[in-house]
Write a protein that binds this ligand. Structure first.
Ligand code: NAD
Ligand code: UGA
Length: 443
């Protein structure tokens, strides 16, 4: 039986996942460690200011923090005292070197493997929770064997996470499946059994799917690619709806009622965002190219290309409505988060669309109920060719969704519930999420 779990990476996956493990497994001590000291302080601080906003998370943290869930900067100590170590660090797209702009950057994962090797004085089960290119376990094992102390056994399991932000707790409580990939060796199967024991505290055994390590690693990338592909498919058709008078939402309903297709992930949008879909598909594209599968690479690359097209199409819709130029126009942007019910704005379509509107000359007022203004400013600094500190009067931040007289148009980019009930008066609303009954334009 596992008694101590350490998870490296206290972010959007590590935080909620370990909170749920701690809640469901009271006999296991769970410690989240992170190299970011501010984040650990925030996890240990005010419950209303946790680093991750997820419905239901605060309640769990309140219940288990300090009992069997701990947050710490002492990484080596917690690695050494745990029998099972989850790696839940970020795996962004590489920005330099071989595979730049496509491949996943594994530097954080490799740093974890090295740290585990250095700090471990007894056998460890290392669980890949981060989303990784297929065959990463081989690299991790290699580092652990070469750099770890002699006589220590390291087993690697792949246990990718399928939670979606905004519904993380629900998804973790009631997972469609828990996927675990392991080696077929006796020690691999023993490690597998121990992780199954952890999950079986709340997940029915019928939902725990075991595979080989490579299938588990690849299944995660493939699942995200298939989900994103559905969104790009409906978004591509939304362009044809615009031309023909068909209604995208009606189309989506009509398609989704076919049981063989199903209704999920067919909601048209101004493009998908989030930290994972784009990076994971690009990673898949890179892997296909690496193995010489150029046609397959191109097939999946189209999913990202259509997404870029859709973001551009929504921005152009607004700009073209005003004759190709937004000089002097005031546009209220509703929503900065990449979807509702999260404070996460990574890769949000808002970042890209708003930049286009700004570059077309508009005065921009940005409002999001959950993304802190300093994060919005940081996104602008990082992703626009613009320095927010110049205090350009054309960008301002609202603390509410009120539509004042001076606003020429509204762009709804995130589907926050409150945006359904705003009094838009006679302002032209470009509804990127199809949440209003009769907006001026819906995607
Ligand atoms: P995140 O950026 O929110 O959290 C990662 C954390 O790891 C950060 O706090 C960072 O400081 C820490 N970290 C990085 N390197 C470290 C090191 N060497 N030692 C200690 N701490 C370190 O990332 P996330 O959104 O939680 O994603 C983590 C992984 O899970 C990614 O591979 C992602 O693709 C995958 N994933 C994410 C989601 C999601 O909804 N966000 C869902 C499923 C899977
Ligand atoms: C997604 C997957 O749903 C998770 O299973 C996966 O674990 C996770 O990525 C990950 O690997 O990070 P997430 O990105 O948190 O989860 O959120 P989604 O609900 O998938 O939404 C992603 C984007 O697609 C959002 O911008 C959302 O608005 C958009 N979307 C979603 C649509 O445009 N249409 C839809 O029908 C559904």
């Amino acid at each position: 039986m596992i008694k101590n779990i350490c998870c490296i990476g206290a972010g959007y996956v590590g935080g909620p996942t370990m909170a749920v493990i701690a809640e469901k497994c009271p006999s296991i001590n769970v410690t989240l460690v992170d190299s970011n000291h501010d984040k650990i302080s925030a996890w240990n601080g005010d419950l209303n200011n946790l680093p991750v906003y997820e419905p239901g998370l605060k309640k769990i943290i309140k219940k288990v923090r300090g009992k069997n869930l701990f947050f710490s900067n002492e990484i080596d100590k917690n690695i050494n005292k745990s029998e099972m170590i989850f790696i839940a660090v970020n795996t962004p797209t590489k920005t330099s070197g071989e595979g730049s702009g496509m491949a996943a950057d594994l530097k954080y994962v490799i740093a974890c493997a090295k740290q585990i090797a250095k700090a471990s004085k007894s056998d460890k089960i290392v669980v890949e929770k981060s989303t990784l290119p297929v065959r990463t376990a081989e690299k991790i094992k290699d580092i652990l064997c070469k750099e770890g102390k002699k006589g220590i056994n390291f087993e690697i399991l792949s246990n990718p996470e399928f939670l979606a932000e905004g519904t993380a707790i629900k998804d973790l409580y009631n997972s469609d499946r828990v996927l675990i990939g392991s080696d077929n060796s006796p020690s691999g199967l023993n490690a597998l059994r121990k992780l199954i024991e952890v999950y079986s505290n709340w997940i029915p055994i019928s939902k725990i799917l075991t595979t080989n390590v490579w299938s588990a690693e690849l299944a995660k990338l493939a699942s995200n690619a298939m989900l994103a592909q559905r969104i790009s498919s409906i978004n591509s058709l939304s362009a044809l709806c615009d031309m023909t008078g068909a209604n995208t939402l009606e189309l989506s309903r009509a398609i989704g009622m076919d049981k063989r297709i199903g209704p999920h992930f067919l909601i048209p949008s101004p493009g998908f965002g989030g930290s994972c879909f784009q990076k994971d598909i690009l990673n898949l594209v890179y892997l296909c190219k690496f193995y010489g599968l150029d046609e397959i690479a191109e097939y999946w690359h189209q999913v990202v290309k259509i997404n870029d097209y859709q973001k551009e199409r929504f921005a152009k819709k607004i700009i073209n409505h005003f004759g190709g130029d937004l000089k002097g126009k005031v546009i209220k942007v509703l929503g900065w988060a990449f979807k509702a019910n999260t404070n996460d704005s990574r890769e949000s379509p808002s970042i890209y669309i708003t930049e286009k509107l700004f570059n077309a000359g508009a005065y921009i007022q940005i409002y999001d109920p959950m993304v802190p203004i300093e994060n919005i400013k940081a996104d602008i600094n990082q992703y626009w060719n613009f320095d927010i500190n110049t205090n350009d009067k054309r960008i301002s931040f609202s603390s509410n969704n009120k539509i004042n007289e001076d606003i020429d148009a509204v762009a709804i980019i995130t589907e926050w519930d409150e945006f359904k009930y705003v009094d838009y008066k006679s302002t032209k609303v470009f509804d990127g999420r199809n949440i209003l009954k009769k907006p001026f334009y819906s995607i």
